[in-house]
Ligand binder design. Structure first.
Ligand SMILES: NC(=O)c1ccc[n+]([C@@H]2O[C@H](COP(=O)([O-])OP(=O)(O)OC[C@H]3O[C@@H](n4cnc5c(N)ncnc54)[C@H](OP(=O)(O)O)[C@@H]3O)[C@@H](O)[C@H]2O)c1
Length: 249
């Protein structure tokens, strides 16, 4: 099975790395399109994949094609795409904010799956929501992390909550690390302590109970939690996820 990856930016790299790491796909069975020749040369040198700047060559040599460019980039490329090369193949769009109609208006009525991964597919540990898909595609996505099916109208919820969410999670840990720096810890120590503390919270699993277990009545943690409650941190986080969602629908 030959895999085509159209676009080799942040997520295209993550997809190629995840596919290779999963051992499901050999590097030689990965075909990458990128408009910039040096990016293609680097991809071949680093991963042993085939890469070139002729999109139709990549489409011709691939059985399943992943769209990993932004919508405006696909619009730029669309006039040069030979639609006949997509006949009978499955196209998996990772593009946020591009619904079925918008994508099919650019490349024709192809067999289209929408899937929304986080960058952590690079380590086969991502979160991936996908619309109804053939077993071969499901199998690939399941090798890249926690994969689950959603209704087409819910795919941007996955984008906001988990794809954007990885950035939000990193933001919150970085904010916590900054608090350590303000207390006088070095940036390195603060990052390590913040990372370990978030990891410990994740490992405990039951977050509400962990808050209760640490924030005992009259203690110091309670003061910090009361402050966060007074600043409506739950609302701030929910509004951030909502803002990301609203941008796409
Ligand atoms: N990053 C994430 O965490 C994430 C998560 C979920 C979904 N997505 C989706 O994945 C897609 C790619 O995101 P990304 O973060 O990988 O973006 P990116 O790092 O900015 O990469 C964009 C890619 O598109 C190419 N490109 C830009 N304009 C082009 C044009 N006019 N014609 C042909 N190619 C063009 C770039 O090629 P050059 O190298 O030549 O510039 C690059 O390969 C987007 O649709 C995004 O919504 C991203």
């Amino acid at each position: 099975m030959k895999i085509g990856i159209i676009g080799f930016g942040n997520l295209g790299h993550a997809l190629a790395e995840g596919l290779i790491r999963s051992a499901l796909i050999e590097p030689g069975d990965i075909n990458i399109y990128n408009r910039t020749a040096t990016v293609c040369q680097n991809a071949t040198a680093k991963y042993g994949v085939f890469a070139c700047s002729d999109v139709n060559q990549i489409l011709a040599g691939s059985d399943i094609i992943f769209l990993v460019v932004k919508g405006y980039a696909l619009a730029d490329m669309a006039p040069s795409i030979d639609r006949a090369l997509l006949t009978g193949k499955t196209v998996v769009s990772f593009m946020a904010g591009m619904d079925f109609a918008a994508t099919q208006a650019l490349i024709g009525k192809v067999n289209l799956v929408r899937a929304m991964p986080s960058l952590s597919i690079a380590t086969c540990d991502g979160v991936i929501g996908y619309t109804a898909a053939p077993e071969t595609v499901k199998n690939i996505l399941e090798h890249l992390g926690y994969a689950f099916e959603v209704a087409p109208e819910d795919i941007e919820k996955v984008t906001a909550f988990s794809a954007c969410g990885l950035g939000f999670a990193a933001y919150l840990i970085d904010a916590f690390a900054s608090a350590g720096i303000q207390l006088g810890f070095s940036p390195e120590e603060s990052t390590k302590i913040a990372s370990q503390t978030f990891k410990n919270a994740i490992d405990r699993g039951d977050y509400k109970n962990t808050v209760r277990a640490v924030a005992t009545k009259g203690g110091a943690t309670e003061q910090g939690v009361l402050h966060m409650d007074s600043q409506r941190v739950y609302d701030i986080v929910a509004n951030a996820v909502q803002a990301a969602y609203d941008k796409m629908v």
